[in-house]
Design a protein around this ligand. Structure first.
Ligand code: BEZ
Length: 238
């Protein structure tokens, strides 16, 4: 803790803010973040350490799902406070030696940032001293195509992430943008979506025009159908 200045530790980028910029070395070459990702969604996520079991299970899962995220216009970028050669050796071990839950020969092709100085981890509030002074917690930042932070999730060291939930959250945010709706608890594509609360003429007008297909539970809580096909057409360009 002594080597970390307090203002560095408490930096915690928030929803709606521009993603803090940085340049870094990664397993896929240098990156200029978030500029290199303009026009795409990006999930910037940290893990505590290379060559650890929870992180290995996470990397194998995320790498296996990478194509699915890419098809939703989302790129993945990992980070830990380990060095580049550790990252390279760990990813090689994963590919060559680890078979886990039916996943084997898994190649991690998304960039993994080396952050031995913790410069990036500190900018993104990934060092949380109550959990660890020397390792990043499991942070997940969803950053939109304009470089704005749209969602943040932090997990403790011992808790492996649910990557289906990360994908669900990504698609839900994209659907909210594309269709001007909100999504209810546990929403999945094909489920009904929430019509914005009345308060503007536009919303009120839409309510009049689409009354037949809306279900209202009370004046402040109305839903309407949004088919899985519509979501896939707009978001996955299917
Ligand atoms: C793990 O990935 O297994 C792990 C890493 C740091 C602390 C605890 C678990």
């Amino acid at each position: 803790m002594e080597n970390l200045k307090e203002q560095e530790i408490i930096a915690m980028p928030r929803i709606g803010e521009k993603a803090p910029a940085f340049q870094a070395v990664t397993t896929q070459g240098p990156i200029n973040f978030p500029e290199d990702y303009t026009g795409s969604w990006v999930i910037l996520f940290s893990h505590p350490a290379d060559f650890t079991p929870v992180c290995t299970s996470e990397f194998m899962t995320f790498a296996t799902m990478e194509k699915q995220f890419n098809e939703a216009n989302c790129k993945l970028v990992g980070l830990s406070v380990d060095g580049l050669y550790s990252h390279i050796a760990w990813l090689r071990t994963i590919k060559e030696k680890i078979e886990y839950r039916g996943m084997k020969n898994v190649e991690v092709t998304f960039p993994l940032i080396e952050d031995i100085t913790m410069e990036v981890a500190k900018k993104y509030g990934m060092i949380q001293p109550g959990e660890s002074n020397t390792k990043a917690v499991r942070a997940v930042f969803f950053i939109d195509p304009k470089g704005v932070i749209r969602a943040v999730i932090y997990y403790p060291l011992s808790l492996g992430r649910n990557f289906d939930e990360l994908y669900r959250a990504l698609i839900a945010m994209q659907a909210a943008d594309a269709f001007s709706i909100a999504t209810p608890a546990d929403w999945r594509p094909g489920d009904e979506v929430i019509v914005p609360t009345a308060g503007s003429c536009g919303v009120a007008k839409e309510r009049m025009e689409n009354k037949a297909e809306m279900t209202c539970y009370d004046w402040f809580f109305c839903t309407k159908p949004l088919s899985r096909e519509q979501v896939e057409k707009v978001i996955l360009k299917k």
